[in-house]
Design a protein around this ligand. Structure first.
Ligand SMILES: Nc1nc2c(ncn2[C@@H]2O[C@H](COP(=O)(O)OP(=O)(O)OP(=O)(O)O)[C@@H](O)[C@H]2O)c(=O)[nH]1
Length: 450
């Protein structure tokens, strides 16, 4: 192993002064060879004089070496100490500016060994700064991944971070759900939905490897519709245990640097794990909240939502409409066409009700063939109009059972807070139920107000 000898300048001093003394001894013989009389030159006094001169020149050389070389080495060692102090401060404070290479570089303007050492030092500082930048990026990305469980938020924040850390100008994240690709978040892409059918995305998903599309400046590529002309487009599959969960698409106007691609590799595993957790969370949420037959809210979740809406209505002093409806003579449908056909009727009625409702309304399966709908900000009249609309829609809809057509009607009870003074949301439901009972009693296929 090559090692730095200790006391370089002491060794150098011994060599230089030794060489000076040697020159002092040789010099008189050289003078004799030049023609001066030996009896005048080869005297003790002459030897003492030339050896003293050799000693002084050796000493002067070592002083100069210390001054010139030592001064530069001093600059290097000072910068090294500065880098070390900055690194420590940077690790403690997380302020990566302290690690910026410009702050710690040595100005180099020579081509000799000292200049070479300075350049090597500058490369080292740059590598350290890059390693720190990567470390900080991975840390902040991991923190973000760990702080969200909702897929939409997680994906949109991941995209923001990816754009920032890869210096991409546009991008999108697609997630595979129920057999098809869906855009969950995009930035700077005019028609992101077109990416779902992109061949590049399909190839990345099928092969499980990164696809890079390098684009000559004058070619616009179909399917990648950014607001600028990208030089390079990168499609990365998001793989969890080898299974593709989705794809990341990033487009750069300048092309991706190697360190940006390496950073993307580092983010990959954590991102796939977080996406998988969010997808599982989403599935569990749906399982816990939805009725398995009709895919609308189940009673437990729907009633919790009603409780929230009722509290909000009181707080903001806004009306809250409630509608309870029930399929007429449903037992007969089951008895005539069978239980499976009855199930299909239930699904169809739920679908029709979803169509009749507005955004923000809540629909739940309250019991067997009984449904409850909640209309935030709806007065009794609004709820009555909505009920009438739904009644007509169900009446006009049919379900096919082989060559038989099944038609059903519904009876509806509506009510609204605060027109009806109630103590709590259960009271409101009770009054809607009573109105529904009245509708049944007075002939069915009608809407009654509670
Ligand atoms: N197919 C199917 N039937 C169900 C389901 N849940 C409840 N039912 C049936 O719904 C029927 C409800 O019957 P009833 O309570 O007598 O009411 P109805 O026949 O609709 O009569 P009215 O409400 O008075 O018009 C029963 O036959 C239940 O078996 C379900 O999930 N699927």
């Amino acid at each position: 192993m090559i090692r730095m000898p200790h006391k370089v300048f002491t060794d150098l001093a011994i060599w230089m002064i030794g060489l000076g003394l040697l020159m002092g001894i040789i010099f008189p013989f050289f003078v004799v060879m030049m023609g001066l009389p030996a009896n005048q030159v080869l005297t003790p006094w002459f030897f003492v004089a030339t050896m003293t001169a050799g000693f002084i020149v050796g000493g002067a050389n070592i002083w100069l070496a210390r001054k010139v070389v030592g001064g530069r080495l001093h600059i290097l060692s000072n910068r090294m100490r500065l880098v070390e102090t900055n690194l420590r401060a940077c690790v403690q404070s997380g302020n990566e500016k302290k690690c910026m290479s410009e702050a710690c570089n040595v100005p180099v303007d020579s081509d000799d060994e000292i200049g070479e050492s300075g350049r090597a030092f500058n490369y080292l500082v740059e590598s350290l700064a890059l390693a720190h930048k990567t470390d900080a990026a991975v840390r902040s990305f991991t923190e973000m991944l760990a702080s969200h469980l909702e897929l939409d938020i997680l994906v949109s924040q991941s995209l923001q971070k990816l754009l920032q850390h890869t210096e991409a100008s546009a991008g999108a994240i697609l997630i595979a759900a129920e057999g098809e690709m869906k855009i969950v978040s995009s930035h700077g892409i005019r028609t992101p939905d077109s990416l779902c059918n992109s061949d590049h995305v399909r190839r990345a998903m099928q092969t499980g490897t990164r696809v890079i599309v390098a684009l000559p400046e004058d070619v616009a590529v179909e399917g990648i519709l950014t607001d600028f002309r990208p030089r390079e487009v990168l499609v990365d599959p998001v793989l969890y245990k080898g299974v593709p969960l989705g794809a990341i698409i990033l487009a750069s106007a300048k092309g991706f640097k190697d360190d940006a691609k390496a950073r993307l590799d580092l983010f990959g595993n954590g991102m796939a794990l977080a996406f998988n957790n969010a997808l599982t969370h989403d599935r569990l949420q749906k399982l816990a909240a939805l009725d398995s037959l009709t895919s609308i809210y189940n009673r437990r979740f729907g009633m919790a939502r009603l409780g929230e809406e009722f509290s909000r209505a009181i707080r903001v002093n806004s009306p809250l409409g409630v509608m309870m409806f029930d399929i007429d003579h449903f037992k007969m449908v089951n008895d005539t066409y069978g239980h499976l056909a009855g199930d299909r009727v239930l699904v169809q009625v739920a679908k029709t009700a979803k169509l009749a409702l507005r955004k923000g309304d809540i629909l739940m399966r309250y019991g067997g063939e009984e449904f409850l709908a909640i209309f935030p900000a709806a007065s009794k009249e609004n709820a009555l109009a909505l009920g009438e609309r739904l009644r007509r829609m169900v009446q006009d809809t049919s379900v096919l059972d082989g060559d038989q057509i099944i038609c059903v009607t519904i009876s509806i009870g509506v009510t609204s807070y605060p027109e009806l003074e109630v103590t709590d949301e259960l009271d409101l439901v009770k009054r809607a139920d009573e109105a529904l009972y009245k509708a049944k009693e007075t002939g069915r296929n009608k809407v009654m107000m509670g």
